[in-house]
Ligand binder design. Sequence first.
Ligand SMILES: [Zn+2]
Length: 278
Amino acid sequence: MKINLIETGQFRLDGGAMFGVVPKTLWERAYDPGDDKNRIPLQARILLIQTGNKNILIDTGNGTKFDEKKKSIYDINFETSLPNNFLAPYGLRPDQITDVILTHLHFDHCGGATHIENGKVVPSFPNAKYYVQREQYNHALNPTMKDTASYFQENYVPLKENGMLELLDGDGEILTGVSAITVDGHTPKMQMIKINDGVNTFLYIADLIPTSAHIPLPYILAYDNYPLTTLKEKGKLLPIIVENNWTVIFEHDNFVPAGKIIYDETKRTYKLGEKQTL
Ligand SMILES: [Zn+2]
């Protein structure tokens, strides 16, 4: 099994929204302080897992279905977000992708799942089976007023209409060596993806810990629907990550793609250990 990290492009979100109740005087020591609009640079980092005759994607980046206004609000690069372009270095075309696992249906995770062709929204990976948790899909059809701005129906409804979407029910193995661990604080049934390549274990942690600056317990996104649930979920998961020496992959960190997490006994906090590039 070969795991490749693919950067589908930098985009920007509000720094305050990304760090919740943590004041900027603290988070700007841990991450880029942002531009003149207080937007911090984030990466839409996805995974390409090549195993046997399968080419599996985990998440798809922002995609290219934004009008000019949204494109400029989020500072999205269409060139790097195009599947043809980000797959080319691996000698692959979109029609060679066999499986696409979506952690959840916020646009920065599944925007690339579909694209516009001859004025119609179509699946970007025509031969793939797509996977998402059933509860997340149902939530995405009817989001809360708090998170409705992150859900665009054209990113996932066409997958269902084309019979390409498999809805999952809870934790467990999705494909050989690739399993789901679900959490509910960010949005109902977001699935983090645990990958075992036979030697090491990797955790693609999605928006539970979007950047390495979000490792300490109170660093929680203001976007989260249920921040206290997120706090509990981080409290439960971090010791397991440390104990088992898993490599964590940070989907949105513009500077640190992956690394180990350690517990600092003196400061009584979890923090980034050794950085990794895979
Ligand atoms: Zn999200």
